[in-house]
Structures are given as C-alpha cells and as structure tokens.
Design a binder for this molecule. Structure first.
Ligand code: ADP
Ligand code: ZN
Length: 611
C-alpha cells in the first residue's frame, strides 16, 4: 500500500499536511530524519504510516504513559496493532505483550525511554526485526532543552547498537542548540524538517502584574469572551483554586485541574472542558494531548519557566485558525519563586544554569518593547518580519526609554573586564564595576582602574540587570554556562557599540501610560497648530520623495501628539503611540529639525510682537 492509501484507509484523511509525506518518504527510504512541528501539526502520522509500510516493529519512545495509552487505543480503533510496555502493567500483561511482539503481529510498540534501554528490552529487540525507532518529545534528550529528562540520555545507545535501523526524532519545540544536540546524540546524517512556528491568529499581550489584575482577567472574559473556551494557567495548585473561585463569583463557568485532585474529579473536569465552552483554571499538568480546536484564549497568571513552555501552552489556543488571544501577566516575584525552585532542585549545575537562562529569556521577552511574534520566531531560529501588527507591542507601542548609551556602557564594561582574564566575569561583578562598587573582588582584580569603573553609578543594580537581559536575548552578549556564567561581548554587538543600532528598554508601569488620552486637532493651541501644519507639509514632501502613502509615515493622530510634545531630539519621541524604534530611526532627525526650526520661528514671532 502507498502512504496515501494508508492515510485514507486507516486514518480517513484525504491529503497530507505540511511535510508529512516527505518525512514518510525519507524514513521509508532508510534515511534518518528530525521533525520540528508545532503541537497539533500531525507528528504522529510521520511514524505511524511508515510503521505500516515497513517490515518489522516500529518502536516509539514517548515520555508519558497517559499519552501512550491514548495512542494505542486510537490505533486499535482504526485496526492497527499497537501495544505499549510501561510500569503500570502487571507482569502477566507485559508477558502477553512480549509474546505478541515475538509472534510478529504487533506493528507499533510504545515504550518509555528507561524501559527501552533495559537489558531485557534490548535482548528482545536483538531477537526481532525492528523497522524504525521514533523518538517523540526528542528535546528531552538535550540539556539545552526546557524539559531535560536524564533517562532520555541513555538513548545514545541506539545509534551504536542498531546502526542500520532508521531513526526519527520529533519535537514541537527546540532552539538551535537543542536541535544540534538531538542530531548528534540520536541521528545519522538526518534530513531536517522545520515547520514554521508562526501562529498568526494568536494575538500576544504581556503585562506586568498589578494589584487588580484578577479583576482585569474577569473583565476580559466577561467583556469579550463570555461562554467561550479558555485556559487560565497558574503556577500552583492553591492559586488555581483561588483564581477559579474569583471567576465563579463573577458568574464565569470555571473548572479546576491540577495533579492534586482526586483522579475521578480530574477526569470529570477534563471531560467537561471538552463537552462545553468553559474556562479551565489549571496548572501545567493540564496540557499534553489537549486538542480542542476552539480554545479562544490562554491566560498566564504567572510567568512560564521558559519561552518554549510559553509557546507550547499558548499553542493550545486557536487550533481552528480563528482569532485567539494569549495574555500573560508577569512579575518579579515569579522570577524569584522560579529561581528558588531551580536552585533547590536536584539537577546538576549545568542544567540549573540552562534553566536560569531560559527563565531570564522569558522575562526578557515580557519586558521587551519590540514585536512579540518576531522575537518568538527569532528565538526558535526562524526569520521574521520586523512587526506583525497582532501583538501589544505592535498595536500599542509601549513607553520605552532610549538606552543606547547605557547599553554601550555595559557592553564596554563587559569587554574591558573580559580582557583582564581572557575569559570574562559574571553579571554581578561586571555591574559592580560599572556602578563603581569598590568591593574586595573589584579591588583585588584592580578593576577600579578600568576606564569603565563607575560610569554607571546613575542607575541601580536592578536597572542594569534589565539592560543586560535584553542584551543577552538579543544576542549582543554571550553567556558561558560551562564556566561560571561569564559574560563576553558578541560579534553582533559591534554595530550597537558604534551607535549604528537603536536600543530601547521598557519603562515600568508602561501599560497605564500607553493608553494615553487620544488627542485631536482642537487640543492644539495656535502655535501648536502652526507646528502641526509644518509637520504635515514635511510629511507630504517626504511621502512624495519616497513614493509612499503619507499615512505610512505617520497618521495625523501621531503628528498631533508630536505637535503637543515638541521633541528636541529623537529620543523625546519615545512613547508616542504609532512610533516604534524603526520610525524614530528613520524619521526622528527630520521631525526634530522641523520642530526646532518652528521653535526658532516662534521665538522670533514672540520677539517682534514685543515691539
Ligand atoms: P502532534 O503530535 O504534532 O501534536 P498529532 O499527530 O497528535 O499532532 O495530530 C494532531 C491532530 O491532527 C490529530 O487529531 C490528527 O488526527 C490530525 N491530523 C494529522 N494529520 C492530518 C492530516 N493529514 N489531515 C487531517 N488531520 C490530520
Ligand atoms: Zn507584533
């Protein structure tokens, strides 16, 4: 049977999605493959169909027993012989499965990684013909992944023990480093299939937590999304209960889901969520395998531990392609709790460092002033347009502060420090030098003699850490996690150091300020009216010169705000709605020239009026 026949006959679908067919062809021809597809993209068919086409047993490595069971049941439903071996089975059941495998009737076997590498399992596999190893959630093998599982590392063994059996690694989230590690540990010259991670129908919004944010969530649901399906993620079980009570008190149909509930209750709530349009208030225990197409919103009451987790959790919204919302609330206390959690965990040091870095990257995304989508895609190694028009930073540019000079100060301090030992120093030390803290370590290293010593006194440690986070996520600064987290300046930083690139950081409390009163023409006094006319005249000329629509330079509403603010220098334009970094870069100088000329004129006018 061809792959198309199998798709129709067993699964009832007419056509392949994305590159499913190419993956299947690759595997069937005996070549290894790495598949990156967002959750819900259809990864399972990429190994289920080859399993039926190839002679022998396809072994699927999967970390979650519940998910294995779902898959086996589903396959049984369509008439495919699949089994699983896991720790919840009785000895007799496991023996039955092994007998069936030996007899050759089973096409797919789902196993947990630790089970696969057990001596008995390997002995069994040596005895029979294995057609394919499919490793699901393959990012778990990587210490760079957000979900490292030590038992996955033992899968290294497959490469040497079964060099002639094709291997397929699948994952929904993996940055470049993780990808490389999956390939080097599991695969041999694989074909790599990267699906786009863009989910254009999801609008992203991120807010700093304030006291009334639960009320904001209630208003959001009752105002725009009443009687729709949504998920509210909380960090702890207690919080899910508290938030659900608040929602219920406001008349919202809310349910709770977390690992601490009685099985029966948990399953009932999950079933209810699939049956009716309601809000699930849950910990991340609610997630894997949720495939409800019309989830309209995902709200994060607490910040996720990584961008990967954020992406995976928000990816459960809008599977049907219709508009959906992601709203995230973040706060510094989240950072503290999560950091403590990581530090107290029993993971090794390297893994702790990576987790901390992932957490910081998530915070940097939340605090950033540029397009959220562009940053998400860049994070996953994809090219992205500068702005998407469907996130808060695009639709309502936040109040930002020109921090180019500060970024340069910090970069050169990192550079100077690293020159002294050829390796680099950690964040605290570099910032201490920058702030002119003459502590023992600074003194001992004679870093008080560096030209950058004390040039950052005017800002707090907290501020400098904020700048540093942005520098790190934007790849201006590299962190060496293998060596005490020391910082070095990247190649990319050169343009920023030369002042050829803008650098902005978010001003705290941006949200309130961002929704400024909408000004109109009547709000301008006579002098401002004259400035407004001059600006419009400039805009007309500029539009003609560049053959673009005037509106694309600045809409009237923006010119009115400029006339009100009367900027002297480009950085004064920051925070006016409709003006982002790029526009300031492109038009900032010209606009300020108009304003300054107008100011001189007005002074002359005023002067002549005195006589
Ligand atoms: P993933 O593992 O990537 O999260 P799944 O393999 O579970 O995704 O597939 C997600 C959903 O898409 C399932 O309901 C599956 O039946 C469906 N699906 C997969 N491939 C196709 C296809 N070619 N046509 C239609 N539906 C498909
Ligand atoms: Zn955007």
């Amino acid at each position: 049977m061809t792959s198309e026949d199998i798709l129709k006959r067993y699964f009832g679908y007419e056509t392949f999605r994305g590159f499913q067919k190419e993956v299947i062809d690759t595997i069937v021809s005996g070549t290894d493959a790495l598949v990156l597809m967002p959750t819900g993209g259809g990864k399972s068919l990429c190994y289920q169909i080859p399993a039926l086409m190839l002679d022998g047993l396809t072994v699927v490595v999967s970390p979650l027993i519940a998910l294995m069971k779902d898959q086996v049941d589903m396959l049984a439903d369509v008439g495919i012989e699949a089994r699983s071996l896991n720790s919840t089975q009785t000895f007799e059941d496991a023996c039955d499965v092994i007998r069936e495998i030996r007899s050759g009737e089973v096409k797919l076997l789902y196993v947990a990684p630790e089970r696969l590498v057990s001596p008995r399992m390997l002995a069994l596999l040596d005895e029979i013909k294995v057609s394919l190893f499919a490793v699901d959630e393959a990012h778990c093998i990587s210490v760079w992944g957000h979900d490292f599982r030590p038992e996955y590392q033992q899968l290294d063994i497959l490469k040497n023990r079964y060099p002639n059996v094709p291997r397929l690694a699948l994952t929904a989230t993996a940055d470049e480093q993780t990808r490389n590690e999956i390939v080097s540990r599991l695969l041999n010259n694989p074909k790599v299939f990267l699906d786009s991670f863009d989910r254009p129908n999801i609008r992203y919004r991120m807010y700093e937590k304030n006291k009334g944010f639960i009320q904001e969530i209630i208003d959001f649901i009752t105002g725009e999304h009443m009687h729709e399906s949504g998920i509210v993620y909380c960090a702890t079980r207690n919080k899910t209960q508290a938030v659900a009570s608040a929602l219920k008190a406001a008349g919202i149909d809310a349910l709770v889901y977390h690992a601490g509930l009685e099985n029966e209750q948990r399953e009932a709530n999950q079933a209810a969520f699939f049956e009716r349009d309601c809000v699930m208030v849950a910990t991340i225990a609610f997630g894997m395998g949720i495939d409800k197409p019309d989830v309209r919103f995902i709200i994060h009451v607490d910040m996720p531990k990584s961008i990967e987790s954020f992406f995976q959790e928000t990816g459960r919204a809008g599977r049907d392609g219709k508009p959906a919302e992601s709203v995230l609330y973040y706060g510094l206390e989240d950072l503290m709790t999560q950091r403590a959690f990581i530090e107290q965990s029993d993971a090794d040091d390297l893994h702790k460092q990576v987790s901390l870095h992932k957490l910081e990257s998530m915070l940097a995304l939340a605090e950033s002033v540029t397009c959220r989508r562009a940053q998400l895609l860049t994070y996953f190694g994809e090219e992205a347009a500068e702005s998407c028009g469907n996130c808060d930073n695009c639709q309502n540019p936040p109040v930002a502060r020109d921090a180019q000079v500060d970024a340069q100060k910090l970069l050169s301090c990192i550079y100077r420090c690293s020159k002294t030992n050829g390796l680099g120093f950690g964040a605290s030390h570099v910032i201490n030098v920058l702030r002119g803290e003459n502590n023992a370590k600074v003194f001992e290293r004679r870093h008080d003699e560096l030209p950058t010593f004390g040039i950052g006194r005017d800002h707090t440690m907290k501020y400098w850490r904020r700048v540093l986070r942005q520098l790190i996520t934007k790849h201006y600064v590299n962190v060496n996690y293998q060596v005490a987290n020391v910082l070095t300046v990247s190649e990319k930083a050169k343009t920023l150091l030369r002042g050829q690139e803008p650098f902005f950081i978010r001003v705290e409390g941006a949200k309130k300020l961002a929704s400024q009163k909408v000004l109109n023409h009547e709000d301008l006094d006579d002098a401002e009216q004259r400035l407004f006319s001059l600006l419009r005249q400039w805009r007309r000329e500029c539009a003609m010169e560049n053959a673009i629509a005037a509106y694309n330079i600045f809409p009237d509403a923006t010119l009115i705000q400029i006339a009100k603010r009367k900027p002297e220098q480009p950085s004064d334009l920051v925070g006016i709605s409709g003006i982002g970094e790029k526009r300031i870069e492109r038009y900032g100088d010209a606009v300020c020239r108009i304003v300054n000329r107008w100011r001189e004129n007005e002074q002359t006018l005023a002067f002549s009026a005195m006589f």
